[in-house]
Ligand binder design. Structure first.
Ligand code: TRH
Length: 415
């Protein structure tokens, strides 16, 4: 077992990069007892996920993790730190080093890794993908040309040939306890300033990027037969939500209303009620997913959390300019839908494609098809979560550390 781990995170945009790093850091520290240092170049974004983090501090401890400001990829990296009491502290690279999403470690740090014995196990943790090629690249070594160091690719994924997914030891037990406890659920809704919704109401969480399909989806919900309560965490989709209700409000044939609380805007029209929620700390986001019937998620980490919630979900994949995201989406759908009856698979694919801008059918129709197959989709979601739970990324990472340690001992013996 390694005793220490350095994780380097360059926040490119949104919350996904730090979301994954923060989750991994907490898990290695809290469940496996490692001394974890998380180096992050945007403490403000970390503070959204962990409000006790102070964006003004260079070094701090949060939830068992030492959080350090990283001046950034292109800025000089000092191996000497000045403590608050004026003493100098030397930075020694950790035994396990995670370079998240190929963020490029500082040269000075790489040289210090090369000088250390035994050499650290250096991992490049990659983005999640369900594509087949991932299995062939997982754990591939990339020897450094000018230094006695090897960097290894580590791919999260959905099969045993990949690094698996981040999953906390007690997550399923906490989820099941929440879902079977009406009092805890009531407390959850009360904390949002709401009564527990009626059994008849469909509860949906909506976390996504800007999306042209939103108007059609809201129209379908507003004009449908079942009440829909849609919870929207603050974020990029919010301007469109507001715009929708402004436009509906100008249409005298429709009755829209706007809530009075400026901190927590709410809107309604027909059968649809929308509540905007404050962005919550990362540990609490799971409760929102567990409390809803259907979850719209995005990016990478929230999508994995929706899978652990074991409920039907719709994934807005992170759009890439070259369009490769659609290949990733299709690869995931192929795996997920393999366990579904053809008509339910078609319903899921129809809504996911439409939500991701590849409209095969109008979104209202895609939504109705999806909703009609809800119980089959729910069963699939439960089976899928169970299937994937055996392949735990943090455990796999620690196994890999041991494997590389054995390989090195063998090499040294043979010399
Ligand atoms: O924020 P995202 O879109 O992040 C990303 C990044 O853009 C990244 O660069 C990209 O490559 C990647 O997607 C694929 O979506 P994601 O990954 O779901 O991260 C959101 C995080 O925010 C996740 O850890 C859950 C957390 N979260 C909260 O902590 N509280 C909240 O209220 C909500 C809604 C989310």
């Amino acid at each position: 077992m390694p005793h220490s781990c350095d994780i380097f995170c360059n926040v490119v945009d949104n919350y996904g990069d730090i979301g994954v790093c923060w989750r991994l850091a907490r898990q290695l520290a809290q469940e496996h007892g490692l001394a974890v240092r998380l180096w992050v170049d945007d403490l403000g974004t970390l503070a959204r996920l962990c409000p006790e983090a102070d964006a003004a501090r260079d070094v701090q401890h949060c939830r068992g993790v030492e959080v350090r400001r990283w001046q950034g990829v292109d800025r000089p990296f000092t191996l000497r730190y000045l403590r608050a009491n004026g003493e100098e502290e030397a930075i020694l690279p950790a035994e396990l080093v995670v370079e998240a999403f190929a963020c490029k470690l500082p040269q000075g740090y790489i040289e210090a890794m090369a000088a250390r014995e035994p050499k650290p196990v250096w991992i490049n943790l990659e983005y999640l993908s369900a594509e087949d090629w991932v299995a062939g690249c997982h754990k591939l070594p990339s020897p450094q040309p000018s230094l006695p160091l090897t960097r290894y690719f580590f791919f999260p994924g959905f099969t045993r040939q990949t690094g698996g997914l981040l999953l906390e030891r007690d997550l399923f037990a906490r989820r099941d306890a929440f879902q079977s406890d009406a009092a805890r659920q009531r407390a959850f809704w009360k904390a949002l300033g709401m009564e527990m919704p009626s059994a008849e109401t469909l509860k949906v969480s909506l976390f996504g990027y800007e999306n042209d399909a939103l108007t059609g989806l809201f129209d379908a919900w507003a004009g449908g037969s079942q009440p829909v309560l849609c919870l929207v965490p603050e974020g990029r989709i919010l301007p469109q939500v507001k715009q929708y209700f402004e436009e509906v409000g100008r249409d005298s044939s429709r009755h829209a209303s706007v809530g009075m609380n400026p901190d927590l805007p709410s809107y309604s029209c027909g059968k649809l009620e929308v509540r905007v929620l404050p962005f919550v700390e990362q540990e609490r986001y799971d409760e929102l997913l567990w409390a809803c019937d259907i979850n719209f998620v995005r990016g990478e980490d929230s999508c994995v959390r929706a899978q652990w919630a074991a409920l039907p979900f719709i994934w807005h994949i992170y759009p890439q300019h070259d369009g490769v995201h659609m290949q990733k989406l299709r690869a995931f759908m192929a795996r997920y839908c393999a366990g579904l009856a053809p008509e339910a698979a078609r319903a899921l694919q129809g809504l996911w494609d439409t939500w991701n801008g590849e409209a095969a059918v109008p979104i209202g129709q895609a939504w109705n098809d999806f909703r009609e197959h809800r119980s089959m989709l729910r069963q699939r979601a439960q089976g899928w979560a169970q299937e994937l739970a055996e392949n735990n990324l943090a455990l796999n990472l620690l196994d890999f550390f041991r494997e590389t340690g054995r390989m090195r001992a063998f090499e040294i013996e043979g010399q």
